[in-house]
Ligand binder design. Structure first.
Ligand code: 3PG
Length: 322
C-alpha cells in the first residue's frame, strides 16, 4: 500500500503498469458481463434470493476447485478463523442480497448510482464508531448525497424497494469492511482471495436457507414461466451460469488488483467501474435516462472522486475490501 496516496500507476514500472491494466481490464469486463446476465435472468425470473445464492454457490465451488487442484494455496483454517469471519460474512451476505434485490426492481444503472454513495455510509458509520475525518472529507460527501438524491427523484424506473435495496447494500458492505478490519487483524497472512473464498462459502450457508424461506415456494412456478418466456431452456441455464461464474470472477480480479494497489487507487478504480457499468447497461437495456438523472449521477460520481482525494490525506486512504 502507498501511504502517500500516490497512485501506483504513476510510479509503477512499465511491466507492472501493463499487468495492472490487464487486471483492471478483466475486472471491468467481468463486472459488465455479470451485471448484464444477472439482469437478463432477473427480468424473466425475478427471484434474486435464489440467484444470489447460486452466485455464492458458484464462487464456493470455484474456490474449492482452485484449492483442490493447488491452483491457489489453501489457507490454514482454524476454528478462530471461521469465528472471526462470521461477522464479515454476514454483512457480505446482506450487502450482496440487497444489491440483488435492488437489481431485480430497478435499472442496473440506478442501483450502481446509489451504490456509488458507499463512501457516505463509510464516513458516517466509521465516525459513529470513533473514527474522525477532516472537514474536506465531510464536504466531499455533500455532492454524493445531492447527486444521488437528484438521480433518485428523476429515475424512470424508480421503485422504493429498489432504492432501499441499494442503500442497505451500502450499509452491508461498509460494515463488512469495518468488521473485517477489526476481527481479522490476527489473520493478516491469509491473502485477499482466500479470505474472499471463505467469506463466499459462509455467505452461501447464511443466504440459502433464508432464500428458501423468502421465495422458495415460488421457484418451480417461476422457473416454468421463465422457460415459457425465453423458449430455450439452454439459454436460460447459460445466462444463470454466466451470472454465477462472472460474479465470482470479477470479485477475484478485484482482489488481485487490490493486492497490487493502495486502497485509494482501488476505490477510484471501483468508481470508474461503476461509470463503465452504468454506460454499458444503459446501452444494452436501452433504459431511458432523463437529462437531470444523468446530471445527478455525474455529480454523485464526481463526489466520490473528491472523496477519494480528500481521504488520500488521511493515513490509510480510501475504502478497502475485506
Ligand atoms: C454485489 O452484490 O456484490 C453487487 O452485485 C455488486 O457490488 P459491487 O459492484 O460493489 O461489487
Amino acid at each position: 500500500a502507498n501511504p502517500d496516496g500516490v497512485s501506483e500507476i504513476e510510479v509503477a514500472k512499465p511491466n507492472k503498469t501493463l499487468q495492472l491494466a490487464v487486471v483492471f481490464g478483466f475486472w471491468y469486463f467481468q463486472n459488465i458481463v455479470f451485471n448484464i446476465y444477472n439482469k437478463k435472468v432477473l427480468n424473466i425470473f425475478p427471484f434474486p434470493w435464489l440467484l444470489a445464492s447460486f452466485q455464492l454457490f458458484c464462487g464456493s465451488l470455484w474456490m474449492l476447485l482452485l484449492w483442490s487442484f493447488k491452483l491457489q494455496p489453501a489457507p490454514k483454517v482454524s476454528k478462530s478463523f471461521i469465528i472471526a469471519l462470521l461477522g464479515p460474512a454476514l454483512f457480505h451476505t446482506i450487502g450482496h442480497i440487497s444489491a440483488c434485490v435492488s437489481f431485480s426492481k430497478v435499472a442496473v444503472s440506478f442501483t450502481h448510482v446509489i451504490k456509488s454513495a458507499e463512501p457516505v455510509f463509510s464516513v458516517v458509520f466509521s465516525s459513529l464508531l470513533g473514527d474522525s475525518y477532516p472537514l474536506p472529507v465531510w464536504l466531499s460527501i455533500l455532492p454524493i448525497v445531492f447527486g444521488c438524491s437528484l438521480a433518485a427523484v428523476t429515475e424512470v424506473t424508480f421503485n422504493v424497494g429498489g432504492l432501499w435495496g441499494a442503500l442497505i447494500s451500502n450499509v452491508g458492505f461498509v460494515f463488512r469492511n469495518i468488521f473485517s478490519k477489526r476481527s481479522l487483524q490476527s489473520f493478516k497472512e491469509v491473502n485477499g482471495l482466500n479470505l474472499y473464498g471463505w467469506i463466499t462459502i459462509l455467505s452461501f450457508f447464511y443466504l440459502f436457507p433464508v432464500a428458501i424461506f423468502v421465495e422458495g415456494s415460488q421457484w418451480v412456478g417461476g422457473y416454468h414461466k421463465a422457460i415459457e418466456t425465453i423458449g430455450k431452456p439452454a439459454t436460460f441455464y447459460l445466462w444463470v451460469m454466466l451470472s454465477g461464474v462472472f460474479y465470482h470472477l470479477y470479485n477475484q480480479s478485484s482482489y488481485e488488483a487490490l493486492d497490487e494497489i493502495s486502497p485509494l487507487t482501488f476505490s477510484v478504480g471501483n468508481t470508474m467501474k461503476r461509470v463503465v457499468v452504468i454506460v454499458a447497461t444503459v446501452l444494452v437495456f436501452r433504459n431511458p435516462v432523463r437529462p437531470l438523472n444523468a446530471l445527478g449521477s455525474a455529480i454523485a460520481i464526481f463526489g466520490t472522486f473528491l472523496y477519494s482525494q480528500a481521504t488520500a490525506k488521511k493515513k490509510d486512504g480510501g475504502e478497502k475490501k475485506s
